[in-house]
Design a protein around this ligand. Structure first.
Ligand code: UFG
Length: 340
């Protein structure tokens, strides 16, 4: 059985990916430094999969010695690298924390993969690399734009590190997946997003407002040049997103890659405005949300959505869950957290 290391595997995306990998028949090794999560999702993964023996190593990938030890003690066929900080605002106020952690941990993973015969490296990138796109939807060939935050910049730099490393070292090859806006939770409601403090992202803010933890959702701007004036995004269901990783890992392990470094957009191809999402949430969950229109949030792009054709064709992957199912799952998770 092939073993996949999931760095940052106790977090939101990592835990969903772990579930899908196990269900697809892979052995998974979870590693996380727990700097931005607790054991909730790891325990949830064990419950969902019935794998009470799921191996877990608490460690930081910034620690080269620990990283090297991990790769020498376990035979790892592929690594999916999630372990990174991700708060855009914090990255602006503390850039060294972001450059230090996000770059060093990835460099260490690549060093260890190269040294220990782990050929396959999957990097979790972001649609943020496209900035404010000139043409929509964006394909993988759309130009990357200068980043507006150190966080976004770490995603661009890590993509470049992977591209250059793959070109230089025949021992490794890589895939970068560019995620659009991942939302929702596993249908079991046993794992989901656990934002610390006030959520920055739209859907956690919505669910916390609906449950009464926040008073009112602010919709940041209704005067954008979009059909209803609010920003448009490509919201991708977390389980669909996780399945894309399984397809990408299989592509590497089954020797299906056409180039040593490949990039795929992971999105639905459907734009949804903030207002449309808020309305869909209210409708599917049959509740009324307290919201108001607020000024624009600095740094937001007007509209971005994916052309997912390449992933559809090459990975054999397609988003399948409807926005309604996804928003119902986000609400079920929030209620689960509240013990309701
Ligand atoms: N929004 C609100 N109110 C909120 C939160 C968000 O109206 O309380 C709006 C935003 O203005 C935006 C949309 O909801 O129009 C989506 O915002 P998110 O914060 O959920 O997501 P972003 O598109 O801003 O974030 C994504 C990724 C990040 C990435 C960022 C870069 O989630 O990882 O793009 O712009 F860094």
């Amino acid at each position: 059985m092939k073993r996949v290391l999931v760095s940052g595997g106790a977090g939101f995306i990592g835990s969903h990916v772990t579930v899908e990998l196990i269900e697809a028949g892979y052995d998974v090794l979870v590693a996380d430094d727990m700097s931005n999560c607790d054991l909730t999702c790891y325990e949830g993964v064990k419950k969902i999969t019935g794998r009470d023996d799921l191996p877990f190593v608490k460690m930081s990938f910034c620690d080269m010695e620990a990283t090297d030890k991990l790769f020498s003690e376990w035979k790892i066929d592929a690594v999916i690298h999630f372990a990174a900080f991700k708060a855009v605002g914090e990255s602006v106020s503390d850039p060294l924390k972001y450059y230090g952690n996000n770059l060093q941990s990835f460099i260490n993973v690549l060093e260890a993969a190269k040294a220990h015969g782990c050929r396959n490296v999957l990097f979790s990138s972001s649609a943020t690399v496209y900035g404010e796109p000139e043409e929509l939807p964006v394909t993988e060939k759309s130009p990357r734009q200068p980043s507006t935050s150190p966080y976004g910049n770490t995603k661009q730099i890590c993509e470049d590190i992977l591209r250059d490393s793959v070109a230089a070292y025949p021992q490794i090859r890589g895939i970068a997946l560019r995620y659009f806006n991942p939302i929702g939770a596993h249908p079991s409601a046993l794992i989901g997003e656990l934002p610390r403090g006030v959520p920055n992202n739209l859907v956690p803010f919505i669910t916390q407002t609906a449950i009464g933890r926040r008073e009112c959702l602010s919709i940041f701007g209704d005067d954008y040049p979009t059909p209803d004036g609010t920003c448009q995004r490509d919201y991708i269901d977390i389980v669909d997103l996780a399945r894309a990783h399984v397809c990408a890992v299989a592509r590497m392990l089954d020797e299906k890659m056409e180039q040593e470094y490949e990039i795929f957009n992971v999105g639905t191809g459907r734009p949804l405005s903030v207002m449309e999402l808020v309305n869909a949430f209210q409708k599917v969950n049959n509740l009324k949300l307290n919201y108001k229109i607020a000024p624009r949030r600095p740094g937001d792009v007007t509209a971005i959505w994916a052309d997912p054709t390449l992933a559809n064709e090459k990975l054999g992957w397609k988003a399948t869950r409807t926005t309604e199912e996804t928003l119902a799952s986000a609400w079920a998770w929030e209620k689960h957290l509240a013990g309701k």
